[in-house]
Design a protein around this ligand. Structure first.
Ligand code: HDD
Length: 716
């Protein structure tokens, strides 16, 4: 539960979202642009507890319950400006949702440089260990609308806005290090194909349909990304437990003007964790807001999520030797080849005050860059540099979207751009052009360019195949579409490979066009013959002929960094553990377990058949959730503290039996006392290393017991 009191419905000015004076960012931005802007405007965050309710122009409102009528039963009068304004504003509350990444969750935080790297970059934030800068992060799914669920099989967006002293730097990445396409030219086609089909308006938030797989089958360059999207990476347990990637090769430029390529990585301090597909599907029903809630509650409880920022730095000589092109966003650089060096840590420590004002209105722009970091010639990145700026005009309605507090830099900004829809700054004087000589008449002449400290693009690029002619082509190495798809697949554990095969079978089963299925399986043969056979078997189709690749794939050395399970840890920190109890349960056993879990950094959620408080030994105990509304899919591990009577009763209760059946099926740790055994038996829970006595729970932790999986799922 949020600790803060709910904000009062009353506001002094009601202009919360668009007032540049209503947030820290804008207060600082004002200083730079137009002096003491808007200081006459009351700030919403300065509102007194007993403030008067007013309309948007400050008129106090006497009655907020009844419209003005001609007589008690008469028609409502047009002159009722209070009603009119209230309905008028309400009617226009929604803005267009993002065309992709519409559903997202945001948080404020801080980035701290942990290792200065001035030899690599002159970027302000990497000059000194210990230097901090505020950030705002938005995590998202890609395909679903703003009201869709949190746990579909999908890529997750991982967008970070650094409010540096040198201006905003937006690192707009995903939880997958590669992308579906190589050239921005194909982005509208990709998005059209994956979104709801144009005539029928479904499916929502799902790639399992004809048009997506039709497009994919015809786009061999997508297959590396498809391996990731069909893997457990696309069903993460929590935003807090996934990696983030800047995807493209960027450049670091140091003070001497020397440049190297860089790829950015976010490594979650809590480790990586995913769900299994059956669990993700059930989570969507049990709690459509699962990941949003998880992030909000963790921050609210002071359990701040953290990521280390890592960089892979390499030069032109390295790039020239690779069998792939470092400008191709469908390729990664194995960590075994270029290690990820940690240079900073990000901590998310504050929930947004207002979802719309901050999370909805935040505008990330890959073109927001600071001196010391530069773009590369990656053709996907180049297209993004236009698209994000452009889309804000239709989403936020004005070229002045940078004045919305969440988007405004926290350093001064001054220029000669003026006016436009929803201009909220009030620039003084008449210097709105340059050059000018107004200073000679003692007038404010406005700002001037700064050749020494201003952003200057890295002049030499030295990138391979840099053509002077204008060509609508792809560079030669971009034609290798399958080597890294194969690298990813072969780097997974046997269970993870089975998950990929099952995901492909699931998705292609939803495809109704036979030739589309066949073509996709024909492409899979370029990745791994065994994978193609498994998918063909799962679909009950003959193995189709291989679709000849543009370039024959090569075998790269397996990379353990690409697997989640190979890096599995038995963590309890940041995990949520449910304890099922009922009438007569041993309260001391419950509190002993709770204490141990909390000491290990986990949190406990008590589940019982009734919530209001039921008799246990030594008194009554309230539950956090009722059994049917708190299925085990919502927790990382489960425990049961029951009496024999309660276990017998619950054995006849579907929700209780399902609770354990799912926990077992999803390979979770199940800790229990002896009295609970009959209930576990009824649920088909078999003894293994993950089914333990209460006292052994901490030792085993919340790691998934993958060796159990063949018992509960056909992995063939
Ligand atoms: Fe994009 C949003 C990530 C390619 C065009 N993208 C968006 C968001 C993320 C990404 C995380 C949500 C930002 C937020 O939370 O507001 N996009 C990526 C990554 C890509 C990528 C990692 C490839 C490496 N995107 C990409 C291309 C284009 C776009 C090639 C267009 C040419 N993306 C957009 C957009 C969005 C967007 C349409 C929708 C809303 C927005 O930008 O602000 O402009």
């Amino acid at each position: 539960m949020p600790k803060k009191p709910l904000p009062s419905p009353a506001t002094k000015n009601g202009l919360d979202a668009l007032q540049p004076g209503s947030g820290q960012a804008a207060v600082k931005a004002d200083k730079g642009n137009a002096g003491e802007l808007h200081q006459h405007l009351a700030k919403d965050d300065e509102r007194d507890a007993g403030a008067h309710l007013t309309d948007n122009f400050g008129h106090r409102i006497a009655d907020n319950q009844n419209s003005l009528k001609a007589g008690a039963r008469g028609p409502t009068l047009l002159e009722d400006f209070v009603l009119r304004e209230k309905i008028f504003h309400f009617d226009h509350e929604r803005i267009p949702e993002r065309i992709v990444h519409a559903r997202g969750s945001g948080a404020h935080g801080v980035f701290e440089c942990t290792r200065a790297i001035p030899e690599l970059t002159k970027a302000d934030i990497f000059q000194e260990a210990g230097k901090t800068c505020p950030v705002f992060v938005r995590f998202s799914t890609v395909a679903g609308g703003a009201g869709s669920v949190d746990t579909p099989r999908d890529v997750r967006g991982f967008a970070v806005k650094f409010y540096t002293e040198a201006g905003n730097w937006d690192l707009v990445g995903n939880n997958i290090p590669v992308f579906f396409i190589q050239d921005a030219m194909k982005f509208p086609d990709l998005v059209h194909s994956v979104k709801m089909e144009a005539d029928r308006g479904y499916p929502q938030a799902a790639s399992a349909h004809d048009t997506f797989w039709d497009f994919i089958g015809l786009m061999p360059e997508s297959f590396h990304m498809i391996m990731w999207a069909m893997s457990d990476r696309a069903i993460p347990r929590s935003f807090r437990m996934m990696e983030g990637f800047g995807v493209h090769s960027f450049r670091f430029v140091n003070a001497k003007g020397k440049a190297k390529f860089v790829k950015f990585h976010w490594k979650p301090v809590l480790g990586l964790q995913s769900t299994v597909w059956d669990e993700a599907v059930k989570m969507a029903g049990a709690d459509p807001d699962y990941q949003r809630r998880d992030l909000f509650e963790a921050i609210d409880a002071g359990d701040f999520p953290q990521w280390d920022l890592g960089v892979q730095v390499f030069d032109e000589a390295f790039a020239a030797k690779q069998p792939y092109d470092v400008l191709d966003a469908t390729k990664l650089i194995p960590e075994e080849d270029v290690p990820v060096e940690i240079v900073g840590r990000m901590t998310l420590n504050r929930n947004p005050d207002n979802f719309f004002a901050e999370t909805e209105q935040v505008a990330f722009l890959p073109s927001n860059i600071i001196p010391g970091i530069d773009f590369s010639n990656d053709p996907l990145l180049q297209g993004r540099l236009f698209s994000y700026l452009d889309t804000q005009k239709s989403r936020l309605g004005t070229t002045n979207f940078h004045q919305i507090p969440i988007n405004a830099p926290k350093c001064p900004f001054h220029n000669f751009q003026r006016d436009g829809l929803m201009q909220t700054l009030v620039p003084k004087g008449r210097a709105n052009y340059e050059p000018n000589s107004l200073a000679e008449a003692d007038e404010d002449a406005g700002p001037r360019a700064c050749p020494e400290t201003g952003f200057s693009s890295f002049p030499g690029n030295g990138e391979r195949n840099d053509a002077a002619e204008k060509l609508r082509v792809r560079a030669d190495l971009f034609a290798d579409h399958f080597s890294q798809a194969r690298l990813f697949y072969r780097s997974q554990t046997a269970n993870e490979q089975a998950h990929i095969a099952s995901a492909l079978v699931f998705e292609l089963s939803k495809v109704t066009l036979d030739h589309v299925r066949t073509r996709v399986v024909g492409q899979l043969r370029n990745i791994d013959e065994d994978l193609a056979k498994r998918v063909a078997k799962g679909l009950a189709i003959d193995l189709p002929a291989t679709i000849k690749p543009a370039k024959a794939p090569i075998d790269m050395a397996v990379s353990d960094a690409l697997s989640i399970q190979k890096r599995d840890r038995p963590d309890i920190k940041g995990r949520k553990i449910a304890i099922l109890f009922a009438e007569g349960s041993d309260s001391s056993a419950i509190s002993a377990l709770r204490k141990q879990i909390e000491k290990a950094g986990g949190s406990v959620f008590l589940v019982a058949p009734r919530v209001g408080g039921i008799p246990v030994t030594g008194g009554t105990l309230k539950a956090d959730g009722q059994l049917a509304g708190s299925p085990s899919v919502l927790f990382d591990a489960v425990a049961a503290v029951l009496t024999e009577d309660a276990a017998a009763r619950l054995s006849r209760e579907g929700a209780a039996v399902q609770w354990f059946m799912d926990a077992f099926g999803h390979c979770k740790t199940i800790a229990h006392d002896a009295a609970s055994q009959p209930l576990l038996d009824k649920a088909g829970v078999e003894p293994d290393a993950g089914v333990v006595a209460l006292a052994d729970f901490i030792k085993v932790g919340t790691r998934r017991h993958w060796d159990r999986e063949p018992k509960v799922r056909d992995l063939a």
